[in-house]
Ligand binder design. Sequence first.
Ligand code: GLY
Length: 371
Amino acid sequence: MVEPVRIEVGLGARAYDILIGPRLLEQAGAEIASRLPGARVAIVTDENVAAAQLPALQGGLEKAGLAACVIVVPAGEQTKSFSQLEHVVDGILAAKLERRDAVIALGGGVVGDLAGFAAGIVRRGMDFIQAPTSLLAQVDSSVGGKTGINSPRGKNLVGVFYQPRLVLADTAALDTLPPREFRAGYAEIAKYGLINRPEFFAWLEANWQDVFCGGAARIEAIAQSCRAKAEVVARDEFETGDRALLNLGHTFGHALEAAVGYDGARLVHGEAVAIGMALAHRFSARMNLASPDDATRVEKHLRDVGLPWRLADVPGGLPDAEALLAFIAQDKKVSRGALTFILTHGIGKAFIAKDVPASEVLSFLRENRTG
Ligand code: GLY
């Protein structure tokens, strides 16, 4: 057995481990029992992940004598809803789990957000374990305690910060991911290099093919990403300061997702973030904040790995620049014609820019809409 990589999220009395390595689900029982002695568990998962990964997790729990009930939800973003939250909460209560029992989220970001929110509110807070099975969830959403559901008025508008007691990132689960989903998750890995780890970005430029092939390079990329995220979360758990840097690429990206009506056939979240990161670098160069060479370097890397990087890469076309700006304004607070963006002074030098003129963004979108 390969020894997992262990990274601590340093939150004092609420500190927890992220374990990263192949076939960790098979050891889940031992890892949970040593941290939560006597706990019973409810596994929350979706229909697709249940077919691929549930037997490994159930086997791992049984080996340690842990009893588990299973709550299955439909796959897809629509599952982050009040009705599915009620379904999960009811399943946990029906199984008569207590506060010191645990909810395990087995799946991608949707399952993690929904199950984490349910764990945070049932009996005013049960123990919670993340077992992320998508690349995006392993490097981003499973770490840091953001949980919640969508409202008809927007994404992630209802939820709580609720930290897990353990994150078990089984890298073998990634072997069955569709290539497009893996690539989209990779955008969030590149993001950590672009925020404040220029050496990591350079390492990715040299080693991305090995990361895509699996093995040690993939584990290293996931571990570096989790270290970067753990560091930010420990510093700014509730996003009152520089946790917002993790939104690099997300302001443009969210607008693009909204512009395609959240149609995953056209654009998934990680792809929107990839385009958003390229735009954030190009826009920073246009504002004379960074060298255009850095924007070109980011665009090249995203293109090399097969990610979309410009507005023209969104299949089916986009609305005009004014409409795109309206989507940006809807997502972010506009104050006296100024917007908040994550911009950059270069690779690994991202910063929070609170006073970006909407008129500059509009001109930039006009220039770039047709790529
Ligand atoms: N995914 C961004 C954050 O956790 O803050």
